[in-house]
Design a protein around this ligand. Structure first.
Ligand SMILES: Nc1ncnc2c1ncn2[C@@H]1O[C@H](COP(=O)(O)OP(=O)(O)OP(=O)(O)O)[C@@H](O)[C@H]1O
Length: 296
């Protein structure tokens, strides 16, 4: 798959603060790439460098295999901070102005308004929009020149659950349309739902990156209920068990790598125990995130 972005040993220092420290990673075409990290870990600075608004102290990056130029950056749309929209102008008029400023054709306006589901409200003044609608208009503006890549910094910041769900669906829809998306987020659950790949930054250093579907792989926790007086002993006797806890009337069995719920179920059945409840609990991105940050 084509490398849309390749970052090589990129660093940024602001005086004594090492905001970004020697990070290298690649983003491939079609990925939805989430950048995670605690406050101040360097996410915004990294996105700023990628958009050419912050100068790197060291290292470099390429977009589509080429050094970044204004021409290449036209293939990238970004919502880095709240764009300036005129409150008394309609959503549509604001997009027309944005198109003029960006020197891109106005032909896409109807399409992007429909995509972000603002077609019906396009003639209403911007100041009447909810925060979620304002954010969707910002995304529409970033899509005006039909970029190949969309960069979003904390796209759901400050939104209510409905607004968050709207942006999440929109990101999935835009990705399904073939665009590569790079986003910074605090919301781990959001990244787990919309991203295909993710990276974790800690104090400017890249401490992890990989596919989201690998999260929780390796070890499984299985929740078991069965009407058997010796259940806990049998669970402990299973060779794949690493530990067993009792919680709310069921047993949480942490399995060793290479063992899964099917193996455990078969073992119990061979011991004449028929389970009434057996659910596999995968490690969430949140658990993994906290573990990675604690380890690094
Ligand atoms: N213009 C600047 N001048 C000085 N220090 C800066 C500047 N911009 C960022 N920093 C510092 O660089 C570090 C990384 O900041 P950055 O905003 O990139 O982190 P972040 O992960 O995006 O944080 P947040 O989630 O809070 O937005 C922080 O210590 C911050 O104070």
């Amino acid at each position: 798959m084509e490398n849309v972005l390749a970052i090589n040993n990129l660093s940024k220092r602001f005086g004594r603060i090492q905001a970004v420290n020697n990070i290298s990673l690649q983003v491939k075409a079609g990925q939805v790439f989430g950048m995670l990290g605690p406050n101040g870990s360097g996410k915004t600075t990294t996105l700023g460098m990628l958009m050419g608004v912050v100068n790197p102290t060291a290292g470099n990056f390429t977009w589509f295999g080429q050094a970044p130029t204004d021409h290449i950056r036209r293939r990238i749309g970004a919502v880095l901070e709240h764009p300036i929209f005129y409150p008394y102008l309609s959503g549509r008029k604001n997009l027309e102005l944005n198109a003029m400023i960006k020197q891109c054709p106005t032909g896409n306006i109807a399409k992007v308004l429909a995509l972000v589901e603002l077609a019906e409200r396009q003639d209403d003044a911007y100041k009447t929009y909810s925060l979620g609608m304002k954010q969707r208009l910002a995304i529409a503006s970033a899509l005006l020149n039909d970029p190949d890549v969309l960069i979003l910094d904390e796209p759901t910041n400050g939104l209510d659950p409905m607004g968050i769900a709207g942006i999440r669906e929109l990101i999935i829809k835009i990705a399904a349309g073939g665009k590569t998306i790079i986003l910074a987020s605090h919301l781990l659950d959001e990244v787990q739902r919309v991203c295909t790949h993710f990276a974790i930054l800690k104090r400017g250093t890249l401490v992890h990156h990989g596919p989201v579907h690998d999260v929780g792989k390796g070890t499984e926790t299985v929740e078991v209920k069965a009407d058997a007086p010796d259940l806990s002993q049998v669970l402990l006797a299973f060779p794949g068990t690493s530990s067993v806890n009792r919680e709310n009337g069921s047993f949480q069995v942490h399995l060793r790598e290479q063992f899964n719920a099917k193996d455990l179920n078969r073992f119990l059945f061979e011991k004449d125990i028929v389970v009434s409840h057996l659910v596999t609990r995968q490690k969430s991105l949140e658990q993994q995130f906290l573990e990675i940050l604690a380890e690094s």
